[in-house]
Design a protein. Structure first.
Length: 358
């Protein structure tokens, strides 16, 4: 088991103490330093060389965003954001700057929610121990930040093609699985989508409740597709993408000749929520050879069973290459099934998807 040295950054002494106690209770974890603002945190990161940093974003002097920019330019280190529910936009901005993932602080934090946050910290520690060797290379981080900056610098795209494909039969159904590192990867993919395509997209991104709606809105602003959080049962139409709500799963079903997306509660067979396996398998049953399944960065093996179902139905499977995946768990598990058609770096994968649906 890999030992981890952790730096805890938060402007609240109480929060620093609470987070430190939770981390210290995890076998193989040592809290080596604390910092109350970004300036102090940067000095500690250089002097202590931690393996992991937990970061509050709103701090005096140097805030978390400035700290992230400087850290990733000088000493790339795994960073986990510890954020309140009310700071959803800030969380995604931090992920785009290079943070790995986030922990959502409940409203009653830290009074009655210690178990919930402690469980999330344990999951994050396990995740960091599985980091791809390429995941934090300085050159990869610089490239990712440049790509995200270019995407965010664009004006909101007009959805000019939607009306032209609204009532036409879909030619492709794209289903995407992602987890840790997924938000930034999905931004790279969605920014390249055409304005008009006879294809619909459904995303199963592992993310807590209350965050997926904000994330879908963020994707919508930079994409030629219309992007929204999925609700109840709705028809799939061209140039549209749906993001599965956090804590739920999504299935593809059929009404006559129309494909539908149906949001459902997780059941005992779902190891993850959202479940990529459930999404992929249901898409394969309904859309068969018209399915394109994509497995992006993430911890675990969600999607591995689903890609087998897609291939059996005649569909196509793409997976992100290790050289761009932050966590190579999900793509590796998919590749080990022997059912992946192409393994591509993220940018090449996005360009390949555009060719397939244009």
């Amino acid at each position: 088991m890999r030992n981890l040295r952790v730096l805890v950054v938060d402007d609240s002494a109480r929060n620093r103490r609470t987070i430190s106690d939770m981390l210290s209770a995890i076998a193989g974890v040592t809290v080596v330093a604390h910092a109350s603002d970004g300036d102090e945190a940067l000095r500690m990161a250089v002097s202590q060389k931690p393996d992991l940093i937990t970061l509050d974003l709103e701090m005096p002097r140097m805030d978390g965003f400035s700290f992230l920019r400087l850290l990733m330019a000088t000493r790339p280190t795994p960073v986990i954001i510890v954020s309140s529910h009310s700071a959803k936009d800030n969380v995604f901005r931090a992920l785009e700057l290079g943070a790995l993932d986030f922990i959502s602080k409940p409203g009653d934090w830290p009074t009655d929610s210690s178990n919930s946050v402690a469980d999330q910290l344990l999951r994050m520690v396990k995740m960091v121990r599985q980091l791809s060797p390429f995941g934090l290379e300085p050159e990869k981080r610089r490239l990712l930040r440049a790509q995200v900056a270019a995407v965010n610098g664009r004006a909101a795209r007009m959805k000019s093609g939607t009306a032209a494909v609204l009532d036409k039969a879909l030619e492709k159904l794209v289903v995407i699985a992602s987890s840790t590192g997924g938000p930034a990867a999905l931004i790279e993919v969605f920014a390249r989508l055409p304005d008009e395509a006879l294809a619909a997209i459904i995303v199963a991104q592992h993310m807590p409740e209350r965050f997926t709606k904000t994330f879908a809105e963020r994707l919508d602003r930079i994409s030629g597709f219309n992007v929204a959080e999925a609700t109840d049962i709705q028809p799939l139409v061209g140039s549209q993408a749906l993001v599965c709500p956090g804590g739920r799963s999504i299935e593809v079903c059929k009404d006559g000749n129309r494909w539908l997306a149906k949001v459902v509660m997780p059941d005992s067979s779902d190891r993850y929520a959202p479940s990529a396996d459930r999404l992929f398998s249901s898409a394969a049953r309904i859309a068969g050879e018209k399915v394109i399944a994509i497995v992006l960065t993430g911890m675990g093996d969600d999607g591995a069973d689903g890609v087998a179902a897609v291939k059996k139905a005649g569909g196509l499977v793409l997976a992100e290459a290790e050289e761009t995946a932050v966590i190579y768990g999900m793509p590796r598990a998919a590749q080990r099934t022997g059912q992946v058609d192409r393994v591509l770096p993220l940018r090449d994968l996005a360009e390949e998807l555009v060719k397939l649906i244009s």
